[in-house]
Write a protein that binds this ligand. Sequence first.
Ligand code: TXA
Ligand code: MG
Length: 343
Amino acid sequence: MVTGKVNAKILRAIEPEETEIAVEEAVRLLRAGEVVALPTETVYGLAANAFSPDAVAKIFKVKGRPSSNPIIVHVSSISMAKKCVRQWTTDAQKLANNFWPGPLTIVLPKSDIIPPIVTAGGETVGIRFPSHPVIRKVIDKCGFPLAAPSANISSRISPTTAEHVFKQLGDKIKLIVDGGPCAVGIESTVFDITSQPPRVLRPGIIHEESLFAALGRRIQPANSTDAQSGVLRSPGLLKKHYAPLAKLICMEWKTLDELMTNLKDLGCDPKYTRILAYSNLPQDLESWKTTLMPKTATAYARALYAELHRCDEEGVRWIIVQTPPHLPQWEAIHDRLRRAAAT
Ligand code: TXA
Ligand code: MG
C-alpha cells in the first residue's frame, strides 16, 4: 500500500448517515492492518491498530518518521487505557476525571500488550482519550486502541482539515475521514507522570496550571519556565518542528513606521510576505498580505495552522507574526511559533 501510488478517498463524517458509512470503512481498513487518517479535536491523526507492529510500521513509513519517535495510543474508554499501562495511578485517574475525553496525553509505564515499535523501544506510553466523536466511534467499533501521530509528513505542519491531510499524504494512504475543521487546532498537551515531579513534555491548550491544580499540587518553580529542557525528554519534540516552508519571524510593533522599518531591515518583499497581526493591523498596508489573528488563545490556536498551511499554499517566503501576549494560556502557541521559527 505504501509503495505504489494511491489516491486517498475522502469520506465525509459530519451528518449521522455519512458518518456511519465513513466509520465502517475506516474500521474495515484498520482491521485489515491499514493506516487511515481520522479527525480528532486537536489535529488529524494517521491511525493504525496499536496492537499490530506491522500496521504501526506503516505509519512510520508513510510519514517518514524516525523510528526513535514514540507514537501516542488513542483509547475510547478508561478501561481500554488501563489495559495499555502497567500501573493506573491515582494521579492518572485524577487527570482522566478532569480532562478526558480531551486534548491531554498522559505518559505512563507501558504494559506488555503495547508493542515496542509504538513506544520507540521505551518503557513508557503516551495515552490519549480524544473527544472527537468520529475517532471515538472508530476505536469503539475496532475494539482495539489506535496508535496515531499527526497526519503530516514528519516535521511539517500538522493538518487541521481533511484537505491539509490530502495535500501531504493523499498519494500515500487509502482513506481520509473528513470530520470538519479541528476545534482545538494544535496538538494535545503531553504530560509525563512517570517522573517526579510530573512534567509537561509538550505544552497544549490544557496548560500546566490546570494540570497541577487537578493533581492538587503546586507547580515546582523550576518547572514552570523550563519548557526547553522538558522538550528534550520527549524524543519527538525536536526544536525545529511544525515548520512552514517560509521563514517565520515573530516581532513586536506599535506603529506602522516601526513595522515598515522592521520589514525593510529584513528585506521582505510585499508580494512574498504575509503578516499575521495580533492586536493591531496598521492601515495603509494594501500591498502586503495581512491577517488579523483572533484575540483569545483558544481561537488563535484553532486558526494558527490553517494560516501556516495557507502561507505554504501562497508560496510566501516570509511570515511575520506579531508576538501574542505572554500569559499561561498562550504558552502552547508561543511553543509552536518558536518551533515554526527555528531554522
Ligand atoms: O493531539 C495530538 O496529540 C495528535 C492527535 C492525532 O492525537 N497527535 C500527535 O502525535 O500530535 P505526534 O506523534 O505528532 O506527537 C506526539 C508527541 C511526539 O513528539 C512524541 O515524541 C511524544 O508526543 N510522545 C509520544 N509518546 C511518548 C512517550 N511515551 N514519552 C515521551 N514522549 C512521547
Ligand atoms: Mg506530529
